[in-house]
Design a binder for this molecule. Structure first.
Ligand SMILES: C[S@@+](CC[C@H](N)C(=O)[O-])C[C@H]1O[C@@H](n2cnc3c(N)ncnc32)[C@H](O)[C@@H]1O
Length: 196
C-alpha cells in the first residue's frame, strides 16, 4: 500500500511536516497550529483502515489534511471515499489545497462544520479516526461506537499524551463489552477499538 504514495503526496506530506514542526517551535497559538500525527501513526492508521470491513470511512479533525492523506492510501486500495470533518475555515482551506495538490480529491469528501452535528446521520461506519479537541472525544465515542459495523474500527489519537483529559473515555472504552480495545504506544498513543 505504501508504494501508492505518489511524488505529489510525498511533496505535500513534507510541506505539512515542516509547517507543523515550525508551528511547534515558534509558539504559534494552539488553534492555528496543525497538530498533526507523526508519520508512523499515519502508516498505522492506513494499515488498520485497509483491513476494515465494508462501510463508511470517517475522520473527525482534518486540520491541513495530513492524516487524511495517509488514510486515503487505504481508500485507493478499496476504491472508497473518506468523509473528513473540519470546523475551522482556515484549516478547511488548507486541507482543500492539500487534497488538490496531492491529487486525492476522488478519495476524500471534506465536510466543513462541527462533526458532532453530522455523525448521527452516518450509518454503518467501518473506520473512524478521531483526532479533534479532547473535550469532545467522549461524545464522539458515544456517537460512533453504536454505528460501527461488526469488526469496524475506531482509532482515537492522543491516548497517551492527553491521558488525564481522556481518562474517562479511555476507561469506558477499555471496559466496553461492545468492543475489543487497547492502547497502542505508537506516536502520541492510539486507542484502537474493534466492534464485536
Ligand atoms: C489535532 S488536529 C487534527 C490533525 C489531523 N488529524 C492530522 O493529523 O493531520 C484537530 C483538528 O480538529 C478540528 N476540530 C475540533 N473540533 C472539531 C469538531 N467538533 N468538528 C470538526 N473538526 C473539529 C480542529 O479545528 C483541528 O483542526
Amino acid at each position: 500500500m505504501f508504494e501508492k504514495i505518489t511524488i505529489d503526496m510525498k511533496r505535500r506530506m513534507k510541506y505539512l511536516e515542516k509547517a507543523d514542526s515550525v508551528d511547534r517551535a515558534d509558539g504559534t497559538p494552539r488553534l492555528k497550529r496543525l497538530r498533526q500525527i507523526p508519520p508512523e501513526t499515519g502508516k498505522f492508521i492506513a494499515l488498520l483502515a485497509s483491513n476494515c470491513p465494508s462501510g463508511e470511512f470517517i475522520e473527525i479533525g482534518t486540520s491541513g489534511g495530513y492524516s487524511t492523506m495517509w488514510i486515503s492510501l487505504a481508500c485507493m486500495e478499496r476504491s472508497t471515499k473518506l468523509k473528513t470533518f473540519e470546523i475551522l475555515p482556515e484549516k478547511v482551506k488548507l486541507a482543500r489545497e492539500t487534497f488538490e495538490q496531492a491529487k486525492i480529491t476522488e478519495y476524500v469528501e471534506l465536510i466543513e462544520g462541527d462533526a458532532l452535528k453530522y455523525i448521527s446521520s452516518i450509518n454503518e461506519i467501518s473506520f473512524c479516526f478521531l483526532d479533534a479537541e479532547k473535550e469532545i472525544y467522549g461524545e464522539c465515542y458515544d456517537l460512533v461506537v453504536p454505528k460501527l459495523v461488526k469488526n469496524g474500527v475506531l482509532v482515537a489519537d492522543n491516548a497517551i499524551n492527553h491521558y488525564e483529559t481522556l481518562k474517562p473515555m479511555l476507561e469506558k472504552a477499555l471496559a466496553d463489552s461492545r468492543v475489543d480495545s487497547l492502547v497502542v504506544p505508537i506516536g502520541k498513543g492510539e486507542l484502537v477499538c474493534r466492534k464485536r
